[in-house]
Design a protein around this ligand. Structure first.
Ligand code: NAD
Ligand code: UGA
Length: 494
């Protein structure tokens, strides 16, 4: 054995010893995560993968979801996820609906449930709906015994830990608790990479011992200097602030994309030029048909609500503009499609390529495609939709949802509109067959491989391509005979 290996082994043994020293009970640590969704599943899979000395149990009330996690068809599509789950499932990674049992026997409990925008009552359409988080806290208070560290993994309004602590203070079995905030910064589509090598891990709390316990978990693979510890409220607010600033960058470049189209500047060239400034940086400056995803809009709305609550009217208005700009971008794209196709798409087949909110995910929450499709359907277009990962049932459910009225009901007229004017296809070329226009909604890599000649053969002439992601080879499409409208570049043939 070399000195290096010996030293390595000693360091590993020391870190296991130190971790056990901070553990409340047992030989090994046991973690439970409530919520087996896009965050709970991948995050816990990574913890189990990196920490063979920790037993990880992911629990959910949704039996179908848990069954899927235990099957070959995981409920979440993420590159690299399947392999990691298969390597660790049944060893130190478990998926179950036994919520109470796992709460009772775990040392650390992550709350990773959904926190959607409230759809009723006070704060409707703005505030985060915390009913699922509250239910978890109440369940923990009801069944927990001994001492537990509770970790807020869900994105929460600043000062939610106060509510959680108050609920836990009424525990049935005299259990005691420390509450930590540990927001998640992974992005879908790159979740496993982000978890493997995070820019930072953020842990906010009041008890040094509890903070150290969680630091020790991440220290299995994350360099110490990337594990930041703060007070509870900074941690909770940093998550909302990070999403707000990221979304603001996209709305900024999308606002500039409209100006580019009016002035014959090219948004990619402008983004490159400004991104070269090291103070600005090149990332997150890709103009698009609009940002989607389950969190940007919900978290900004939540922040707007909080600002209003604290009487910060001007601050609230400032952040709300990020959302308004994003809505404008989606509408602008649909309007440009209609305008370019001679001001009417009524009865015309339009191929919609991509429905997920970004590539490499099957998630469609708040996808820009949903809103563009709604606007085109309202103009009586026939839509032929293709996405490599999103199932037909999800696409139909999303379209029905977006047409629902204030009372939550889908009018018979709108149900028929969707039923009669939407077909779901198995390939991009199938969708384009006899289409008047082709719209790129998601930046899936396979769309870049479509042959302009084959696509041209399929579509009606004049042939229109609308690139909402600027991923296609515009020159090649123009040479093939297409009229190309690209976001932030305008109609390229004119
Ligand atoms: P999700 O909807 O995919 O999963 C949430 C899961 O929680 C569901 O499976 C649901 O059945 C379960 N659940 C709800 N109430 C429960 C209860 N009382 N007991 C047991 N299970 C319960 O949500 P998600 O995308 O994983 O997001 C979770 C949180 O993480 C949100 O606050 C979100 O803002 C935040 N977040 C999400 C992402 C992302 O990329 N999706 C990234 C960072 C942070
Ligand atoms: C985002 C954040 O990037 C994560 O850090 C955060 O953890 C997560 O929200 C969350 O809290 O849920 P996500 O929404 O999964 O992650 O994906 P992003 O890569 O941020 O993309 C969001 C949307 O913005 C997508 O529709 C994407 O296409 C769009 N986008 C992104 C652009 O239009 N232009 C860009 O330059 C970047």
């Amino acid at each position: 054995m070399t000195i290096d290996t010996e030293l390595g082994l000693m360091t590993e043994q020391l870190s296991v010893f130190l971790m056990q020293a901070t553990l409340p009970s047992g030989d090994y640590m046991k973690i439970c995560c409530i919520g087996a969704g896009y965050v709970g599943g991948p995050t816990m899979a990574m913890i189990a993968h990196k920490c063979s000395d920790i037993q990880v149990h992911v629990v959910d009330i949704n039996q179908t979801r848990i069954d899927a996690w235990n099957s070959d068809h995981l409920p979440v599509y993420e590159p690299g996820l399947q392999e990691i789950v298969e390597q660790n499932r049944g060893k130190n990674l478990h998926f179950t609906t036994e919520v109470d049992e796992q709460i009772r026997t775990s040392d650390m409990i992550f709350i990773s449930v959904n926190t959607p925008t409230k759809q009723y009552g006070v704060g409707k359409g703005r505030a985060a709906d915390l009913k699922f988080v509250e239910l978890c806290a109440r369940r923990i208070a009801e069944v927990a015994e001994g001492h537990k560290v509770i970790v807020e993994k869900s994105t929460l309004p600043v000062r939610t830990a106060e509510t959680v602590k108050r609920i836990l203070a009424n525990a049935s079995h005299e259990a005691t608790f420390d509450v930590l905030s540990n927001p998640e910064f992974l992005a879908e589509g790159t979740a496993m990479e982000d978890l493997d090598s995070p820019d930072r891990v953020l842990i906010g709390g009041e008890s040094d011992k509890a903070i150290q316990m969680l630091v020790d978990v991440y220290a299995h693979w994350v360099p110490k200097e990337r594990i930041l510890t703060t007070n509870l409220w900074s941690s909770e607010l940093s998550k909302l602030a990070a999403n707000a600033v990221l979304a603001q960058r996209i709305s900024s470049i999308n606002a500039i994309s409209a100006l580019c189209e009016a002035t014959q500047a090219d948004v990619d060239e402008v983004a490159h030029a400004i991104g070269q400034d090291s103070r600005i940086g090149p990332k997150f400056l890709k103009a698009s048909v609009g940002f989607g995803g389950s969190c940007f809009q919900k978290d900004i709305l939540n922040m707007v609500y909080l600002c209003e609550f604290y009487g910060l009217k001007e601050v609230a208005e400032y952040w709300e503009q990020v959302i308004l700009m994003n809505d404008h971008q989606k509408q602008r794209f649909a309007r440009n499609m209609v305008r370019t196709m001679f001001n009417t798409v009524s009865g015309k087949r339009i191929a919609i390529l991509g429905f997920a909110f970004k590539k490499d995910t099957n998630d469609t929450r708040e996808s820009a495609a949903i809103y563009v499709c709604r606007d085109l359907l309202t103009e009586q277009a026939n839509l032929a939709i293709y996405d490599p990962k999103v199932p037909e049932s999800q696409i139909r459910a999303d379209l029905e949802y977006v047409f629902k009225q204030e009372n939550g009901e889908l009018a018979e007229r709108d149900r028929k509109l969707i039923e009669e004017n939407v077909i779901i296809c198995n390939s991009a070329l199938e969708a384009a067959d006899q289409a008047h226009g082709v719209g790129i909604m998601t930046e899936w890599d396979e769309f870049k491989d479509i042959s302009p000649a084959e696509l041209y053969e399929k579509v009606f002439k004049p042939a229109f391509l609308f690139d909402g992601r600027n991923i296609m080879d515009h020159k090649a499409y123009i040479e093939q005979g297409f009229e190309v409208y690209a976001i932030g570049k305008g109609l390229l043939n004119s």
